[in-house]
Design a protein around this ligand. Structure first.
Ligand code: GDP
Length: 209
């Protein structure tokens, strides 16, 4: 079974202190309306696993999904929605930054960006928090069905060129509408999980064995 086919909802948390202590996780981050919920639903082949919001920026909690074997997908709150009061926005951006720079369970970041407007100022702020950790970032340029072939090449090349000296960052095109780019995301995330030493079951024989 492919990695995402078994994805199930685990829990919602509203506070960094409530994050589960166990497991390893890959986080999905992006501006409100970038297409993050749609991408998660498309990857999981599930129409309503992550909630596609009618009101962007309304949901400001952290949703945990489970791949099994203590591997998780973390759906972070979308950032940058203008109608959210400034103080609330700042508060959440601060929490996101803290999560990205200091969460030990986090092994990689998937940055969802609209392929027509990648690398906005806030996307760069998120990268500034995360890149010093040395962990990998996969940029997913979504809504690629809205671009013609030439625009696709330019969008991909623009982001790749910017990070050409940083092997920590990879980039791909994606379309939830056309279900394009699914296998590539799976390969990258699967590779991250495989490269991390799984917390081993007790190697000691159980009492009485
Ligand atoms: P989120 O706020 O980042 O979770 O974004 P959503 O997943 O809620 O998507 C925001 C809007 O973009 C919705 O109207 C989606 O239908 C639309 N959308 C998302 N992904 C795609 C895509 O790949 N192609 C197209 N054409 N529209 C998309």
């Amino acid at each position: 079974m492919s990695l995402f086919q078994g994805l199930t909802f685990l829990t919602t948390v509203n506070d960094l202190k409530a994050l589960p202590p166990e497991g390893i996780e890959v986080a999905f981050a992006g501006r409100s309306n970038a297409g993050k919920s749609s991408a998660i639903n498309t990857l999981a082949n599930h129409t309503r696993l992550a909630y596609v919001s009618k009101t962007p920026g309304r949901t400001q909690h952290i949703n945990y999904f489970d791949f099994g074997a203590e591997r998780r997908l973390v759906d972070l709150p979308g950032y940058g929605y203008a109608a959210v009061p400034e103080a609330v926005r700042r508060h959440w951006q601060g929490l996101l930054g803290k999560y990205l720079e200091s969460r030990p369970n986090l092994i990689g970041l998937v940055l969802i960006m609209d392929s027509r407007r990648p690398l906005t100022d806030l996307d760069r702020v998120m990268l500034e928090f995360f890149l010093p950790t040395g962990k990998p970032v996969h940029c997913v340029l979504t809504k690629s069905d809205k671009l013609n072939n030439q625009e696709k090449v330019l969008a991909l090349r623009g982001v790749k060129d910017e990070f050409k000296n940083n092997p920590q960052i990879t980039v791909q095109l994606f379309s939830s509408l056309k279900k394009q780019g699914v296998a590539e995301v799976e390969n990258v995330i699967g590779g991250w999980f495989d490269s991390v030493q799984q917390p081993s079951e007790s190697l000691e024989p159980m009492d009485g064995e």
